[in-house]
Ligand binder design. Structure first.
Ligand code: GRF
Length: 190
């Protein structure tokens, strides 16, 4: 069995979708969810699926030891960032080389970087009158949104689309593509 840890800071709809996708698998499962936000909705979603969640402070994440201990406890093979709003620091990157991936709700290298998260991304896409947006799944390195790209998928953006409508289209791409891409990364890199 290959074990995934999902890191999520907010709603956790991707975490839920990934967990459900692998629920019947004999090979892959979401073993644990880690968050930096104890009030995040992801905890409630995981409770319903019987998946344990733990909250760590920003300092605990950057110092790394307690987080690494938790990942070891659950025999984690791959870390999946799904709406995780913190930087991944050296201790984790060193412990999981090429085994931490993130999903970004736009077509990197456009609309990435420090302030590009959540609705800010979709607002920027609409303001720039882009004709398309999409998702980027990439390996994580020490800089936000800069690791090697694994997969992208696109959706059209019409001049009438609001940021909320773009967000909805992007979420549909995330739900359709993230779990199978995770399965492929596990096959190839763990
Ligand atoms: C997703 O759009 C993801 O691409 C981004 O944050 C959002 C998380 O949504 N990194 P949810 O918490 O999975 O609903």
């Amino acid at each position: 069995m290959k074990n995934i840890a999902v890191f999520a800071s907010g709603s956790g709809s991707n975490a839920e979708n990934i967990a459900k996708y692998f629920a019947d698998s004999n090979d892959i499962k979401v073993a644990v969810v880690l968050s930096n936000n104890r009030n995040a909705k992801v905890h409630e979603r995981m409770r319903k699926l019987n998946i344990p969640t733990f909250t760590f402070s920003r300092d605990e994440f950057s110092e790394g030891n307690s987080v690494l201990a938790k990942l070891k406890e659950y025999n984690i093979d791959l870390i999946v960032l799904a709406g995780y709003m913190n930087k991944i620091t050296a201790p984790l990157l060193n412990a999981y080389p090429q085994r931490i991936i993130n999903i970004h709700p736009a077509l990197l290298p456009k609309f990435g970087g420090k302030k590009m998260y959540g609705m800010h991304v979709h607002e920027a896409v609409v303001a720039a009158r882009e004709k398309e947006s999409g998702i980027t799944i990439h390996f994580v390195n020490e800089n936000y949104d800069e690791g090697a790209i694994i997969f992208q998928a696109t959706c059209p953006v019409s001049p009438k689309d609001t940021p909320e409508q773009v967000a909805q289209k992007v979420h549909q791409l995330e739900y359709a593509h993230f779990p199978p891409v995770i399965a492929k990364v596990i096959q190839k890199h763990t």
